[in-house]
Ligand binder design. Structure first.
Ligand code: HDD
Length: 718
């Protein structure tokens, strides 16, 4: 048994044959004794089952007992070892972002960014740096559903030649709070409530909205959370953001402020709320499965890394503070410059070893990347290391294969739980007996690849006070609101009404509506109406959120309408089939849509095959009882099946939900009968529905038109 050890390019993750253990330590750490032991390690030719001590085992199904019916003996070390190992299998889940999925891949820059940063992985066009990315929800535990309304984590570990760099971001560019000292309060408020541990994976409850209504700095983030960004169609179709303003530092030590953006090649697509809720039941692993299957199928998801670069002299040039993590830098003010791409092309081999044990840390930076004084970031720089110590049981988690840097590690850190390395020699500096090793590189001009902190001049009094420059909580919430398409605004109103409608405390509802008054009075009034709260008097609550004159009032870059992708690659299409279906049309759907990169599946009332009109047995990919239209992006109902399907309740529901969720639907011939049974009296009049009543095989233009509909993803105006 061998374990190639992630990432593939890793030069030093050897595995001792037959043990599955990480094997002997990397070269600089090994001593002669260890090498001598290695020489004695012989692979087991039979691949036999062993204990943890390498003793071959004859039987793993029966405990050692006295005769057939007697007591079990304490000396059964195999039983005790097996049970002990099992009893200790769980580790504490992450306090937030517990539910997640990860994958390996690479990052490559398009151009050199040497003008701004000496970061090694941003120097050479085409140079590939291995990465591991973990996507996550925030609120729910490890076993919660994927499609809940929540922020999604988007954390990337770059295994650079100069050490590991972690960009620990989210799929939304701002955050709920401005100062890390509020993080425990925020998390306690959003997590399930203490008495009954409800709700799981949801922010629709009293304590969350109580907190937010008293913490107006959360308003901008709430607009994102109530938008369809919080119910993504797929991890592969989400943007990612570094959130904070970071600093790039070039070889001369000159700093440039930077905001990081990930843009998905497949466009930014979301579910609609009803669809997301049904999906949570139909397939709680929807996003995990989607990522895994796409990578297994060779449809490697890809993101473009973009940067917004701001010279230090412009630190105070904007009507918001660059250090305030509740603010974006609108793309209309500072364009996003594409600088490279990331491709995820390898699934982990073992979820626990890799995805569960990966340890991110905002303070994992490399030469050329540095922090700013954003008080949220500063607190994170403490918190992530601290959390890994308890979660991964000690200080040696960086030795785990998924966390181990590609760069050599040499220092005087020693011992501790789970130490994997056999350190020879001394463990202090300065030393002479160890030849002065390992040596630091300080003094004078530093050689390439040595981290030097950015030399920011700091002069001030120690105070506990929120910066007055962080005080405007509404302008960018309003910017977001006014940048939305009409249907996006409707979804936001519905989301506020749903969430606040689940809040029992009427005073919390009222306070929240007052906050919304400062964003937009129409928004507040409509939410108030839906949740049964008297709308506050606009005279008492002037709209604060129009922003200073030099800030854009609308940012088109924020609307999903401007973020859809060209093409339909990897979109999932269901073709409904029953005996007697027009086989030519089923085949055409597979061929035409498949040629555009869509994943087309034949769905029938039962598994196996269906006999088409032309006598062909069409293979069935999914039986209706095991699937649902929420698991697809588009539906085709061919001729010869529509009328029969009207007698199948599962099929009628399939079509009803597809129509309700604004999905593109193609109905051919009597396929329209199913749409009528699903409530569309005049299918040809419905936006996003392509109808062909001419009989026989529809022409190329029909399929081209349907591809365009799928490209639009959803028709929410329906
Ligand atoms: Fe955090 C995990 C992202 C604020 C403390 N955070 C965590 C993960 C992501 C983020 C993606 C999961 C990493 C993984 O997949 O393992 N967190 C963010 C973003 C924030 C943010 C984008 C604001 C801009 N976080 C934040 C603050 C604190 C933390 C202010 C504490 C002061 N975050 C943690 C943590 C976690 C974590 C408790 C839990 C598990 C872990 O770190 O490894 O330390």
């Amino acid at each position: 048994m061998t374990n190639p050890g992630p990432p593939e390019e890793r030069p030093h993750a050897p595995v001792a044959p037959g043990t599955g253990n990480p094997g002997p330590p990397s070269k600089p750490e090994r001593d002669d004794k260890d090498i001598a032991l290695d020489a004695h390690r012989a692979p087991d030719p039979d691949g036999a089952l062993t204990t943890d001590q390498g003793v071959r085992v004859d039987d793993t199904d029966n405990s050692l007992t006295v005769d057939d019916r007697g007591p079990t003996l304490l000396e059964d070390f195999q039983l005790r070892e097996k049970l002990t190992r099992f009893d200790h299998e769980r580790i504490p889940e992450r306090v937030v972002h517990a539910r997640g999925s990860g994958a390996y891949g690479y990052f490559e820059p398009y151009e050199s960014l040497a003008e701004y940063t000496c970061a090694d992985f941003l120097q050479t066009p085409g140079h590939r740096t291995p990465v591991f990315v973990r996507f996550s929800t925030v609120q729910g535990p490890r076993g919660s559903a994927d499609t809940v309304r929540d922020v999604r984590g988007f954390a990337t570990k770059f295994y650079t030649r100069h050490g590991n760099y972690d960009l620990v971001g989210n799929n939304m560019p701002v955050f709920f709070i401005q100062d890390a000292i509020k993080f425990p309060d925020f998390v306690h408020a959003v997590k399930p409530e203490p008495p009954d541990e409800m709700p799981t994976g949801a922010s629709a409850h009293d304590t969350f909205w109580d907190f937010c209504s008293l913490q107006p700095e959360s308003t901008h983030m709430l607009m994102w959370l109530m938008s369809d960004r919080a119910i993504p169609r797929s991890f592969r179709m989400m943007q990612g953001f570094g959130v904070h303003t970071f600093r790039l530092v070039n070889a001369e030590g000159v700093g440039t402020f930077v905001k990081f953006h990930w843009r998905p090649k497949l466009g930014v697509c979301s579910q609609v709320w009803d669809e997301a809720q049904i999906t949570a039941g139909r397939d709680p692993d929807f996003h995990r499965r989607d990522l895994w299957e796409a990578i297994e199928a060779g449809d490697f998801p890809e993101w473009e890394l973009g940067v917004q670069l701001i010279p230090e002299r412009d630190e105070f040039a904007y009507p918001f503070d660059l250090l305030d993590p509740t603010k974006i830098v609108p793309e209309e003010l500072v364009p996003v410059r594409p600088v490279g791409r990331m491709v995820l092309n390898r699934n982990p081999q073992n979820f626990f070893a890799e995805t569960e044990q990966v340890a991110f840390h905002t303070a994992n930076v490399v030469p050329g990347i540095d922090f700013t004084n954003d008080p949220l970031l500063q607190g994170r720089n403490f918190s992530y290391l601290d959390t890994q110590l308890i979660r991964l049981g000690g200080p040696n988690f960086a030795q785990l294969p998924v966390n181990r840097p590609l760069a050599d590690v040499r220092n005087n850190q020693r011992d501790g739980y789970g130490q994997q390395l056999i350190h020879p020699g001394t463990s202090y500096a300065p030393n002479s007996v160890g030849g002065g090793c390992p040596a630091t590189m300080g003094g004078g001009r530093l050689p390439e690849g040595v981290f030097e902190h950015y030399q920011e001049r700091i002069d001030g009094a120690a105070i506990r006070r929120r910066s007055p420059s962080f005080a405007d909580h509404y302008s960018q919430a309003a910017l977001f609101w006014h940048s939305m398409a009409e249907w996006e605004q409707q979804h936001i109103i519905a989301a506020f009404a749903f969430e606040l409608g689940k809040v029992a405390d009427r005073e919390v509802r009222r306070r929240m509506v007052v906050n919304l008054m400062h964003v937009d009075q129409g928004l507040a009034a409509e939410v108030a109406r839906r949740i049964g709260v008297a709308p506050p008097d606009p005279q008492d609550h002037p709209v604060a959120g129009v922003g200073p004159a030099d800030e854009p009032r609308v940012s088109p870059a924020l609307s999903l309408e401007n973020l859809w992708a060209a093409g339909i690659r990897t979109r999932k299409v269901a073709v409904l089939a029953v005996p007697g279906v027009d086989g030519g049309q089923v085949r055409a759907a597979h061929e035409r849509l498949g040629a555009e990169g869509a994943v087309v599946e034949t769905v029938a009332p039962h598994d196996g095959h269906v006999l088409a009109q032309d006598g062909e047995h069409l293979p069935v990919d999914r039986a209706l009882p095991t699937t649902a239209s929420v698991l697809y992006d588009a539906v085709v109902v061919p001729d010869g099946g529509g009328r029969t399907l009207t007698a199948e309740p599962d099929a009628v529901r399939f079509a009803t939900e597809a129509l309700r969720h604004g999905k593109p639907v193609a109905a051919l011939g009597d396929g329209t009968a199913l749409l009528r049974a699903a409530g569309a009296d005049e299918p040809e009049q419905v936006a996003g529905v392509a109808v062909s009543t001419s009989g026989g095989q529809p022409g190329t233009s029909f399929w081209e038109g349907f591809v365009q509909l799928i490209e639009q993803h959803r028709f929410p105006q329906r």
